[in-house]
Ligand binder design. Structure first.
Ligand code: PEP
Length: 242
């Protein structure tokens, strides 16, 4: 699975052009993997109708834990579901950084997403300091424990913060080690269900290195930021997943 996280990018005309170029590329690609685009909230209603029959699913970048109520500026999971959204990214490190989101909030958001029929994509990943201090497994282990509810039915994205937006993905060996660690943690926490939870890697994935990263054991796809903003950069990643 390849998921594009557009972050805070995309006015209507270029967003429409981008999904139409991705759709064209997918039509020309035999047996493409599942593809999800996660534009900003403002583009969800614009793009939803354009995705019918393209094989591209719609995702959002956040939701509020409550179904409705006095939360100015927030968007609930059921509001997303009503627009045809199927996935929602939760606990991205940029939200943890910019909005002070804690594991507990992410967990509540995941519950709200599942209750609305959405698939949460919960992001975890250590900082550069935690890696340098050798505390990266503890850090990610605590995030997994704190951010995923007991009945978790979704996707986990491992995104080392130091690799995001750096232009250089984490080394293959580091990804492989963390994937093994995450699979063991998920299995410990969720038993049989944890053995099949999809795990994505995210952090500066591009068409140059996708074919090194995607075959790593336990990698079930990629969460792509910068390279999801142009079809010419995104489609080679999609094709590397076949
Ligand atoms: C992200 O922020 O989810 C991400 C993976 O970004 P980039 O690919 O730009 O590092």
């Amino acid at each position: 699975m390849i998921v594009g996280n557009w972050k805070m990018n995309g006015l209507s005309a270029p967003s429409r052009a981008l999904v139409s170029a991705i759709a064209d590329g997918l039509r020309a690609t035999p047996n493409p993997p599942p593809v999800v685009v996660c534009p900003p909230f403002t583009q969800l209603a614009v793009l939803g109708p354009l995705l019918n029959g393209t094989g591209i699913a719609l995702g959002a970048q956040d939701c509020h834990p409550a179904p409705s109520g006095p939360h100015t500026g927030d968007i609930s999971a059921s509001m997303l579901a009503e627009l045809g959204v199927e996935y929602v990214i939760l606990g991205h490190s940029e939200r943890r950084r910019d909005h002070g989101e804690l594991d507990e909030t992410v967990r509540e958001k995941a519950l709200a997403a599942m209750a609305a029929g959405l698939t949460p994509i919960v992001c975890v990943g250590e900082s550069a300091d935690q890696r340098a201090a050798g505390e990266y497994q503890d850090a990610v282990g605590w995030q997994i424990k704190g951010s995923l509810p007991d009945n978790f039915n979704g996707i986990v994205a491992y995104e080392p913060i130091w690799a995001i937006g750096s232009g250089v993905p984490a080394p293959v060996q580091d990804i492989a080690d963390m994937m093994g660690f995450l699979r063991a943690e998920l299995t410990r926490q969720f038993g049989e269900a944890g053995k099949t939870t999809r795990i994505l890697y995210g952090g500066s994935v591009s068409g140059r290195d996708a074919s090194d990263i995607l075959p790593i054991a336990e990698v079930g796809g990629a969460l792509v930021g910068g390279a999801s903003l142009e079809a010419d950069a995104f489609l080679p990643i999609v094709r590397a997943a076949i």
